[in-house]
Every structure is written in C-alpha cells, then in structure tokens.
Design a protein around this ligand. Structure first.
Ligand code: CMP
Length: 144
C-alpha cells in the first residue's frame, strides 16, 4: 500500500518550484501542501531529536527564518524513496555520491541543505500530525 512521508522545503530556497516539479517527476503524489513560518517553539519541537547537538541553535534559527513549504508525499516506499531523492545531509557528500539528488543540486551547505524528510515511518506519522493536525488527510493543498 502507498506510504506517506513528511517533506520540507526549507526557508530561503530559491529552488522551490524546481523542487516541487522534481518531486512529481520522481513519482511522488503531493497529498498536502502548506507554507508555514515556524515559531521558535515549533522548530525546537520539530527537531527535538537533535536537541543538545552543537548545530541545534543554528538549525532552529534557520528553520524560523522564513516560510517552509510543508508537504505530505505519498507513494509506495515514500519514506525511503524521499530520503534517496534528497541524498546525503552534507551537499559535498551528495555531489560525490548522488549527483542527481536534490541536495547535490540545490543545497547551499551542511546547515542550509534545502530539504528535509522523515527518517522512518513512525517519525513520518508523528511529524505529519504535528504539522497538519487531524484534518481530513484526503484534502489537497491547504491554501487552495
Ligand atoms: P535535516 O535532514 O533536516 O536534519 C537535521 C538538520 O540539521 C540537517 O538536515 C541540516 O540542516 C542540519 N545539520 C545536520 N548536521 C549538521 C552539522 N554538522 N552542522 C550544521 N548543520 C547540520
């Protein structure tokens, strides 16, 4: 059965439209989409798994800097396939190992790496709920 994952186009991406096109070209259905400026509290909660890491403060600041595009992507094996589409966290590694990946093409550096995706199915369900809440998951494009 198809799976859902949470994807994020991070703030200040000049490549939002290209990334959205690429998502569809790679066979993902965009089931939900909304642009949101995260509050500091939301960004901290969203990335709570990284609390205490040396880059946490910078990460929270970056994620609050402007609107994030929040997406629910649907497809067989969506969680793993979206991670493969993004490529490694570090764009220099991505350019070496996965030159076609989104981070290889669109990330600025290790922090400002353009896109995010849930690391497993459990996180995906948690983060989709955190970002989109309980509203009918069949409706498309929140802001339409
Ligand atoms: P993401 O996949 O969204 O998960 C955590 C984010 O923290 C990561 O992408 C990067 O934006 C950022 N990040 C991870 N490691 C580092 C690092 N060593 N230095 C700075 N930022 C990092």
């Amino acid at each position: 059965p198809p799976e859902e994952t949470l994807a994020v186009i991070k703030p200040d991406s000049e490549h939002k439209e290209e990334i959205l096109q690429e998502i569809q070209a790679r066979g993902f259905t965009i089931s939900r989409l909304k642009d949101t400026v995260l509050s500091r509290e939301m960004a901290e909660e969203f990335y709570k798994e990284h609390q205490g890491k040396p880059f946490f403060e910078q990460l929270v600041e970056y994620m609050c800097r402007g609107p994030c595009t929040m997406l629910v992507l649907t497809k067989e094996n969506a969680v793993q396939d979206w991670r493969a589409a993004m490529g490694p966290t570090d764009p220099s590694e991505a350019r070496e190992k996965a030159p076609e990946s989104l981070r290889a093409r669109f990330a600025k550096d290790l922090l400002e790496n353009a896109v995010h995706g849930s690391s497993n199915l459990e996180h995906a369900q948690q983060k989709i709920h955190f970002i989109f809440g309980d509203i009918d998951s069949m409706s498309i494009h929140d802001d339409a």
